[in-house]
Design a protein around this ligand. Sequence first.
Ligand code: 3HC
Length: 311
Amino acid sequence: LELTQEEQFQARIDEDIRIEPKDWMPEAYRKTLIRQISQHAHSELVGMLPEGNWITRAPSLKRKSILLAKVQDEAGHGLYLYSAAETLGASRDQMLADLHSGKAKYSSIFNYPTLSWADMGTIGWLVDGAAILNQVPLCRTSYGPYARAMVRVCKEESFHQRQGFEIMQTLCEGAPEQKAMAQEALNRWWWPTLMMFGPKDADSPNTEQSMKWRIKRFTNDELRQKFVDMMVPQAEFLGLTVPDDKLQWNEAKQGYDFGDVDWAEFWDVVKGNGPCSRERLQARTDAWEQGAWVREAALAHAAKRKQRAEA
Ligand code: 3HC
């Protein structure tokens, strides 16, 4: 019996053989990857903004240089990811145009404001913690260029997470005002962080097929559960309270039961109505427009060099 091209493709996936740019792939696989990778790239770029907001106000030179390095890392992650999407035939100009027009999605989490220095700790600890949980399995995703990009991203991301936890630890061991600032930040970020993993599996249109293609290695709910199980003991260690009345250890499942995310808020933010959605897009569009002269100069320089090489 001859296998169809699509069956041969699925057989390779099932054997955990990586798919590479020039291999045959179903159009829907290509589209799904471009969707996920470009959204991921946009998240890295927009993800620079909430923290960029605190670079000039970091409490010490040491904190400032760490934060600056971290924000620069996010830009780098965005670039690896746009490159990975380009290997699938996506155009970078088009991806960016879709981000700027508001057509493309990016992670809901970056539409929340950063109101205190403790938010820098909380973002590193919780948001980057969630990002790592989601991205470590993506080092084994079926598409080669995406998987390879994730290896480096995850290494840098784990440094980000540690710096965030260390900020929290410093605040929690400090004055009562500092500890209160840490608790207040945790109260604001906990639920939006749980939303990063995406809708419940039952309401996730893409999970089933993406699991079959091994683009995703865990479902949204599986990762959310792992996250809660990992973070609750860390919050206890810090002496902080997770803002969830329903949080309770479940001996039978060896994990925590927890309350329901406000899904109406999640979808509202995904649709572009988050507290900072407009501001974030405006900042990206401004950066793009103000950077036009750099792109033009780089192109003119490249053209001159080419001319000189040919002469
Ligand atoms: N924010 C915004 N949109 C979201 C979302 C979120 N938190 N979660 C899900 N969505 C969107 C999906 O993109 C999808 O939209 P689409 O069909 O129009 O493209 C829709 O909601 C339905 O969700 P699904 O669960 O069906 O979608 P996926 O199968 O794609 O799963 C995902 C969503 C788990 C986020 C998956 O795409 C994924 O694992 N992506 C890679 C990781 C990523 O993008 N992380 C971004 C945040 S972390 C980060 O950027 C690092 C930081 O340090 C800067």
